[in-house]
Design a protein around this ligand. Structure first.
Ligand SMILES: C[C@](O)(C(=O)O)[C@H](CC(=O)O)C(=O)O
Ligand SMILES: [Mg+2]
Length: 297
């Protein structure tokens, strides 16, 4: 069933409380609403909605081609499918401060627990690629102030991401982060830090909750839950992990279909019909109309 029993307010409170708890929150990237249900079932703390994944799912590169409407719709659907709080990647906010204000208002109305905005210039790119470009600090601060001003619910988390490390160095990145916190950001996402010492230095410089991006094949080392907790980080994301796993499984499966002319060889790798229906909670729907579940699997 849709999670009608967990209010948006409760999800945001859970997220805020988790960030304040000293625990390390783990948010895998949900590639669909169904995937969000699996993340919840496996006991994670929340779902992340990745811009890279949303772009890739439309067969687009992650360069700011997706529209605000697409991101609001997709992330709202993911958030609605789970009792967990959902944090969405709002890229650059889709324009100038006025656009950012409208984006944030819509994400809030769509039931998200929070979003992050980054300081790249369009066309943006994955934070782990070379030759990014940044907007001036003050332009980013204006976006954060706009987001802060439009926000109706103070518990909707506004996170500022800085991509400055790769371009301006660690000190400039922490300075930017401080400016973003002064402008009203509730939390910070330092992108593409190069090693553990940099994660540590960032923690020492910034007082608000910090997110660690554990994306594969990038510029940051893949630090463990314990390492990041000991470094004082508050949450970690595995933004593209499930997409990468799913795509590799699909590729292997397609190879088998093409080779064998039958799916027999990959049946053991599949989620069964029973498992799918269980995740979709057919029984829950059957409570309202018993004829929905009058079948045997
Ligand atoms: C976190 C990120 O912004 C995303 O969209 O998921 C990406 C992840 C990636 O491309 O690996 C990023 O810019 O780090
Ligand atoms: Mg992104």
């Amino acid at each position: 069933m849709q999670q009608a029993f967990v209010s948006v307010a409760a999800k945001r409170q859970t997220f805020r409380a988790g960030l304040a708890s000293g625990k390390m929150l783990r948010f895998p990237g949900a590639i669909s609403p169904l995937c969000a249900k699996l993340i919840e079932r496996k006991g994670f703390d929340g779902c992340y909605v990745s811009g890279a994944v949303l772009s890739a799912q439309q067969a687009l590169p992650d360069i700011g081609l997706t529209t605000a409407t697409e991101v609001i719709g997709a992330s709202g659907a993911i958030s609605a499918a789970t009792a967990l709080p959902t944090l969405v990647d709002a890229d650059t906010g889709f324009g100038e401060p006025v656009n950012v204000a409208r984006t944030v208002a819509a994400l809030e109305a769509a039931g998200l627990a929070g979003c992050h905005l980054e300081d790249q210039r369009l066309p943006k790119r994955c934070g782990h690629l070379d030759n990014k470009e940044l907007v001036p600090v003050e332009d980013m601060c204006r976006k954060i102030r706009a987001a802060r001003e439009i926000r109706a619910d103070d518990s909707f988390l506004l996170m500022a991401r800085t991509d400055a490390r790769a371009l301006e160095g660690l000190d400039a990145a922490t300075e930017r982060a401080r400016a973003y916190v002064d402008a009203g950001a509730d939390a910070v996402f330092p992108e593409a830090l190069a090693n553990e010492a940099e994660f540590e230095a960032f923690r020492a410089a910034i007082d608000v909750p910090l997110l660690a991006n554990m994306t594969e094949f990038g510029k940051s080392p893949l630090l463990s839950l314990d390492q990041l907790r000991n470094l004082g980080y508050n949450m970690m994301i595995y933004p593209v992990t499930l997409l990468r796993l799913a795509m590799a499984a699909m590729e292997r499966g397609l190879d088998v279909l093409a080779r064998d002319g039958s799916q027999e060889g990959v049946i053991p790798d599949m989620q069964t019909r029973e498992q799918l229906y269980d995740l979709l909670d057919y029984d829950g729907y059957g409570r309202f109309d018993a004829s929905i579940t009058n079948f045997q699997l």
